[in-house]
Design a binder for this molecule. Structure first.
Ligand code: HEM
Ligand code: HEM
Length: 255
């Protein structure tokens, strides 16, 4: 069942509103054909926006505390129970880890319950030629080769690729490896060990899981840096709102 503002996923012949282009796959036509004077489309529903900012905060906490777990601060003198520094750092890491994991389960539920755009994070149309043409056009725009980008109501095709392959997949990896290490602390026979114990032998031994989990952090941080750059750049230079869309939910058109 499609929600009210769902889009056809391919090929309609409706023409875009005057002065506005649409993506080559024509996926945005159903909406843009609706009104010649269209100024904005409601794209990101409340659960998506709450999830986005909560998840971003959780990842910041995870990266800071994770770094400190891997490179701990110098030992403080005195009783460990008087300061408990590593304890608090690890506690914050685990709380944020839970926020991230529960958040992603909720976000996945919303991919079924929400509108068309709520599903974009979960698949990439890799086998559509039109998709790759759009990717190329966005690469040219980001590389300052093309003077004018196309308009996309949901994620642009390049963002979509990076959100799936450099955020969603690595995030699942971080959760699996994170809970596998957590299971070690919970001891054999625990619920966590039953659920995630298999990850450790798959990757070698405990230290290998630590190392891969650590590498994963740098992978996600690369995504975050490029993502924020692209979000701010598009807000300023692009033809639609971007950063503000993740706040208000509305994609507004500048021309
Ligand atoms: C983007 C998400 C995450 C990032 C960036 C991250 C980062 C890190 C880093 C850098 C380390 C240190 C690894 C080392 O050098 O030994 C670490 C350790 C750990 N992380 Fe994560 N992590 C994330 C998600 C999670 C999740 C979802 C969990 C699940 C509870 C988790 C649980 C753990 C555990 C149990 C350790 C080992 C703690 C210890 O040995 O004291 N992490 N994390
Ligand atoms: C750890 C930090 C962050 C992570 C992991 C992250 C991740 C994501 C993900 C996965 C999406 C897709 C949302 C969906 O379809 O459900 C998204 C969208 C978005 N994010 Fe972030 N984000 C982070 C921080 C930020 C920050 C700081 C900004 C502001 C500059 C930002 C701006 C946006 C915008 C504007 C979108 C919508 C893009 C579009 O409409 O195509 N994000 N982000």
């Amino acid at each position: 069942m499609n929600p009210p503002n769902a889009l056809a996923s391919s090929g309609t012949t409706a023409s875009p509103p005057a002065g506005k282009s649409v993506d080559a796959a024509n996926v945005d036509n159903v909406i843009t054909a609706g009104a010649a004077t269209i100024k904005s489309v409601y794209v990101y529903e409340v659960p998506i926006r709450i999830w986005h900012w909560t998840n971003a905060l959780a990842i910041v906490v995870l990266a800071i505390t994770g770094y400190l777990i891997g490179s701990p601060p110098p030992s403080v003198t005195g009783e460990a129970s008087d300061h408990f520094i590593m304890g608090y750092i690890r506690f914050a890491h685990f709380v944020a880890g839970y926020v991230m994991a529960i958040g992603l389960i909720g976000r996945t539920y919303w991919a079924f319950a929400g509108n068309y755009y709520a599903r974009e994070l979960y698949w990439v149309p890799l086998f559509q030629l039109a998709y790759w043409k759009d990717v190329l056009s966005m690469m040219k725009w980001y590389a300052f080769i093309s003077p004018r980008p196309a308009i996309f109501i949901g994620h642009n095709p390049l963002a979509r690729f990076s959100m799936f392959f450099t955020f969603l997949v690595p995030s699942c990896f971080m959760m699996l490896t994170g809970f596998a290490m957590y299971a070690e602390g919970e001891q054999p026979g625990s619920f966590y060990e039953a659920m995630f114990g298999w990850v450790i032998p798959l990757l070698g031994q405990s230290q290998d899981v630590h190392t891969w989990h650590h590498f994963g952090m740098y992978g996600i941080l690369c995504f975050v840096i490029l993502h924020i750059y692209a979000g701010v750049r598009e807000e300023i230079m692009g033809r639609t709102s971007m950063l503000s869309t993740m706040i208000s939910g509305h994609r507004t058109f500048k021309d």
